[in-house]
Design a protein around this ligand. Structure first.
Ligand SMILES: Cc1cc2nc3c(=O)[nH]c(=O)nc-3n(C[C@H](O)[C@H](O)[C@H](O)COP(=O)(O)OP(=O)(O)OC[C@H]3O[C@@H](n4cnc5c(N)ncnc54)[C@H](O)[C@@H]3O)c2cc1C
Ligand code: SF4
Length: 508
């Protein structure tokens, strides 16, 4: 029996490699990397991490066949030619239909495949489905409480530690002007890893940093992600030791000169399998106990990992394939070109997109309240926005971008989002320092120099009135819309139409 290890399943902590001392097959298929204009750092990260994992397995005595080929089918063909009667075991791929596609490929190559469940996640499909039962709607908060009870994390008997399930009220602060978060970690890469990163950059031309998507900007020297388990554990330690205490209060804050703030930067190693969610949370809880860290920071972080990450994984599993193309607001605009090029005068979008181009990363609130908020109020088709996120981020996989982008960011399906995350410049100004350095006026909605977020926001509410007005969570914003007179609304519609023309011309 051979264990087939896919590129985002790089773990020996749980799963079939924990008690397997036989053969391992890994296939590095280049065609996979050409399917989207992926960020070069994403490709470098995945290929480097796969090769380092191969080395680690070999070091531990496994016979690893590492096949480098154009297509996955070629790799399987070569494997079954060498081992005609072999049986493969694989952890269920996270992407929708992935297991069925694999079964077909293996059958075509003349072999057989056993698919086992992915034990990295804390909540199994059966556990989630039992919780979901025949509920009308899936709410994250209720799932999260179930996860707290089931894991025992931050529990005092059957009550939450501190008496509250959630300390979000304390987690919406902005830092003082002179605040400097602890620096994020950097890693030393060996020559082999550097070569892979540079090779990925030059091999996959026509990708994210090539015209028409952008320019030659993704510098291999800026690559900064853990590619081995040791590096991932070091990243986790660094987070628990330095940035965790203030993770909570500044979780939603955005600063032009601080791309990481106090975020953990652990999504990429988590999604690759270099870390498991359980060990991440347990390391954080150890730090909490040892150093008496603020509960609002610790709980805020634990919620992201055992709550949101697990919840969205199951939303994806249950709602696909419809979720990928869900578009309940019938949004049809194309994504403005500046999402690829970064060429816009809007200070917030320009800075966040520049960060994505340079590092393949931006933190959650930048993803939600700058990038997808703007696309939402502009009217971008959710599936197109999803393709952009999928291409641009080092931590992007279809199972995690789709519920985040299509549902949370674009209000595409109404599966769990109870209202759209739409906002004007007001929110951006409250949570960031962008507006003070922007050529647009944050308080103006129409007229020369008015912030585009404002006209698009009111225009969005106006365009989607039939779908949104009856939503009880939207009552207040529609009462503000009602305060606007006909002339004001006409000016807003005109301004939004002109701004859209300018965006199409690349002049926003
Ligand atoms: C539009 C949009 C697109 C996103 N695309 C991705 C993506 O491609 N890949 C990805 O892993 N996450 C995605 N997220 C979720 C979240 O923004 C990232 O996980 C987080 O920003 C990663 O940075 P971090 O590790 O520093 O996170 P932290 O802020 O330190 O959070 C800790 C961990 O919690 C988990 N987490 C937090 N929120 C979410 C969430 N909404 N969904 C899933 N996991 C979560 C992540 O594993 C993260 O590492 C997206 C969110 C939005 C709104
Ligand atoms: S004024 Fe508008 S475009 Fe400029 S930074 Fe603020 S929200 Fe962004």
């Amino acid at each position: 029996m051979t264990v087939l290890v896919l590129g985002d399943q790089l773990t020996r902590t749980v799963g079939p490699l924990t008690d397997h001392d036989g053969r391992v097959l890994m296939i590095e298929a280049r065609a996979f990397a050409r399917r989207h204009p992926y960020h070069p750092h994403k490709l470098g990260l995945v290929f480097a991490a796969m090769r380092r994992f191969r080395d680690r397995l070999r070091g531990a005595g496994h016979a690893v066949a590492y096949r480098q080929c154009e297509t996955f089918a070629e790799g399987l063909g070569a494997h079954f030619e060498a081992h005609p009667d072999d049986e493969l075991t694989v952890v269920r791929p996270a992407s929708h239909g992935g297991a069925d596609r694999l079964r077909e490929l293996v059958a075509d190559a003349g072999g057989s495949l056993t698919v086992v469940e992915d034990e990295r996640f804390l909540c199994s499909p059966a556990g989630f489905d039992e919780w979901a039962g025949d509920r009308d709607s899936l709410t994250h908060e209720s799932f999260y409480r179930r996860m707290r009870r089931e894991t025992g994390y931050l529990m005092d008997g059957d009550q939450p530690v501190g008496g509250e399930w959630n300390y979000d009220e304390q987690n919406r602060e902005t830092p003082p002007d002179d605040y400097e978060p602890p620096a994020p970690p950097t890693f030393e890469y060996d020559d082999g890893t550097r070569e892979v990163i540079e090779w990925a950059e030059s091999e996959f031309t026509g990708g994210y940093d090539e015209p028409p998507y952008g320019g030659d900007w993704a510098d291999p020297d800026e690559f900064r992600w853990p590619v081995t388990r040791e590096q991932a554990l070091r990243a986790l330690d660094r987070f628990a030791e330095s940035r965790l205490p203030e993770f909570g209060p500044y979780q939603d804050a955005m600063r032009e000169d601080e791309w990481a703030m106090n975020h953990s930067l652990l999504s990429a190693p988590l999604n690759l399998g270099l870390l498991t969610p359980a060990e991440v949370v347990e390391r954080v809880l150890d730090a909490y106990r040892e150093r008496d860290l603020p509960l609002n920071s610790v709980e805020g972080f634990v919620r992201q990992v055992i709550g949101w990450r697990e919840f969205l994984r199951h939303v994806y599993r249950r709602e696909m394939p419809e979720l990928a193309t869900a578009n309940q607001l019938d949004q049809q605009e194309s994504l403005p070109e500046f999402y690829w090029t970064g060429e816009t005068d809007m200070a917030c979008l320009s800075d966040v997109i520049d960060g994505v181009r340079r590092r393949g990363y931006s933190h959650h609130i930048e993803r939600l309240m700058i990038l997808s908020n703007f696309a939402l109020i502009y009217g971008v088709e959710p599936a197109e926005l999803n393709r952009w996120f999928h291409a641009g981020y080092v931590d992007a996989y279809h199972w995690v971008t789709t519920p985040n982008v299509v549902e949370m960011g674009s209000f595409g399906a109404g599966v769990f989002a109870t209202k759209p995350y739409a906002s004007s410049a007001n929110y951006v100004d409250k949570m960031s320092d962008y507006c003070s350095g922007c050529p647009y006026y944050k308080t103006k909605t129409t007229g020369e120099g008015a912030c585009p977020f404002n006209a698009f926001y009111w225009d969005f509410l106006d365009r989607n009135e039939d779908e949104l007005r009856s939503n009880h969570r939207m009552g207040l914003v529609y009462s503000h819309l009602d305060d606007k007179g006909d002339d004001e609304m006409e000016a807003i519609r005109e301004r939004a139409a002109k701004l859209r023309e300018r965006a199409e011309r690349g002049d926003l």
